[in-house]
Design a protein around this ligand. Structure first.
Ligand SMILES: C[S@@+](CC[C@H](N)C(=O)[O-])C[C@H]1O[C@@H](n2cnc3c(N)ncnc32)[C@H](O)[C@@H]1O
Length: 466
């Protein structure tokens, strides 16, 4: 039976950008999400998803282009799935991010709010990331233009996954997210592999040698490269690693991993050092942070500093407080504020991150921190607090899902004077603020942009006991 063609909506006007950065218009009272559009666009939309409350589609014809549109600067825009907001100026991106925060707090939290402070933009709007991860595939994604050009293309590719197509990789020539030597390393590795017929991974059949390339840089100028391979082949491994080492003498750390699992994660695998150190060092306000291949560190280092300063200002520590840093990761916030507090206790469920947090305290001769691994809802309870001291200030930086209701219950129970809530998802933050409203009032709100060219926004809220 022939498939029904996708319905087409004619001349839909895009009216706004809602949560998660989705641009939308209305058709017969239904919301229609259309990726890659901007308020003011008038378009024909091919609908490919129909739900009870919304439709989703793609623009197939522009009748009018929004005045907000600018020319995207990257040749991979619209294909790689990365910088989805390049068609908007940075000023407009910041405006939409602020609106996202305001809208979530007003619509979901429904609590009394102070005036939201102007969003802190990122000094660098390109080349701001300190970590990039590229995938090898022998199944290159070809764009419509590439297919129509009639040219021949190699089927091996090194680049990014196509959204919703895990097996297809778009070949990246230049990425604007990480400063050099990032592009130079990726392109050189790709050329050398192709010239020497070293095989690229097939993501469906799970065969092929080269699997994944990670590049981590730091503001101290140190650079780490991690190569993941999927087969034991000493000759290819040594050829490739020597090629990287000889061509990029500025590298301080060259590591490799044999990964024969079904996915690219390597938290449970051994990492081998081929050359240099097993870590790089990041610095912030004179503090050093040791970053191993498995360690988490905020990906926009400069803006992480701005974010942490906001958290520290909101905490307004006098030096005699016991502070809990919940969801501490590798303890960066805890170590950052330690000198302004009597004691800081960090909790996080990844044990390796907790080990990193302890190492970072030692490295900086910080003696008033303590770190514990475990699920927050199990660890952070009355007994734990009785053991480590009554909380004067709590800093919390949960994952996108926000805090577990049990954690919120504990927070309400212990009634610390202040809670500084750092969030990467204003919607779940707003939900949590509504629950905390029983005892806390929101006294400051500071959105911070860590990820230019994307819809993501970070928001810091200060809560004080009513
Ligand atoms: C947004 S990150 C915070 C990172 C850290 N504050 C920083 O700036 O580097 C959230 C952290 O929460 C941890 N996490 C997620 N769910 C958790 C849970 N249920 N219990 C404890 N930690 C959790 C994650 O492993 C992650 O490190």
């Amino acid at each position: 039976m022939a498939r029904k063609p996708h319905p087409i909506i004619k001349e839909l006007e895009i009216e706004k950008i809602a949560s998660e950065g989705k641009a939308l218009g209305y058709y017969n009272d239904k919301v229609v999400f259309v990726a890659g559009t901007a308020p003011g666009d008038i378009i024909d939309v091919r609908v490919h998803k129909k739900k009870k409350s919304f439709l989703e589609g793609s623009a197939i014809k522009f009748h009018k282009k929004s005045d907000l549109r600018i020319e995207p600067f990257c040749s991979h825009y619209g294909v790689c799935g990365g910088c989805k907001w390049q068609h908007l100026s940075y000023e407009d991106q910041l405006g939409f991010k602020s609106e996202q925060v305001k809208d979530s707090l007003e619509r979901i939290a429904k609590v009394d709010l102070p005036e939201i402070k102007p969003i802190l933009g990122s000094k660098n709007t390109t080349f701001y990331r300190n970590k990039m991860e590229y995938t090898f595939s022998n199944n290159r994604w070809l764009t419509t233009e590439e297919i129509e050009s009639g040219k021949e293309f190699e089927s091996d590719a090194l680049g990014f996954h196509i959204p919703k197509r895990f097996d297809k990789i778009v070949q990246i020539e230049k990425c604007y997210l990480q400063a050099d030597p990032s592009n130079a390393i990726r392109n050189s590795v790709d050329r050398f592999a192709k010239d020497n017929k070293i095989t690229y991974f097939n993501l469906i059949k799970q065969v092929g040698f080269l699997r994944n390339l990670i590049i981590r840089t730091s503001t101290t100028g140190q650079t780490m490269v991690i190569l993941q391979v999927a087969e034991e082949n000493e000759e290819w491994l040594s050829m490739m690693l020597n090629h990287i080492k000889e061509n990029f003498p500025e590298l301080t750390s060259l590591l490799y991993i044999l990964n024969q699992k079904g996915n690219e994660t390597f938290h449970d695998l051994d990492v081998q050092v081929f050359y240099g150190k097993d870590h790089i060092i990041e610095e912030m306000e004179g503090l050093q942070f040791k970053i191993g291949p498995k360690s988490f560190y905020q990906t926009n280092s400069d803006q992480a500093y701005e974010l942490y300063k906001v958290a520290r200002n909101f905490a307004d520590l006098k030096g005699d407080e016991i502070v809990y840093d919940l969801y501490t990761g590798t303890g960066t916030i805890a170590n950052f504020i330690a000198k302004s507090a009597k004691k800081v206790i960090g909790v996080e469920y990844v044990p390796e991150a907790i080990e990193d947090a302890k190492v970072n305290s030692q490295l900086n001769k910080i003696e008033n921190t303590d770190f514990f691994a475990g699920d927050m809802k199990d660890v952070f309870n009355d007994e734990f607090l009785a053991q480590h001291g009554k909380a004067d200030v709590i800093i919390t930086d949960p994952p996108r899902a926000g805090m577990h209701p049990d954690v919120i219950k504990t927070l309400l129970n212990i009634s610390a004077n202040k809670i500084v809530y750092v969030s990467c998802n204003p919607a779940t933050q707003a939900r949590d603020l509504a629950l905390l409203d029983e005892k806390y009032k929101v006294t400051s709100v500071q959105p911070v942009d860590m990820f230019p060219q994307t819809h993501h926004v970070e928001n810091v809220v200060l809560l004080e006991l009513k």
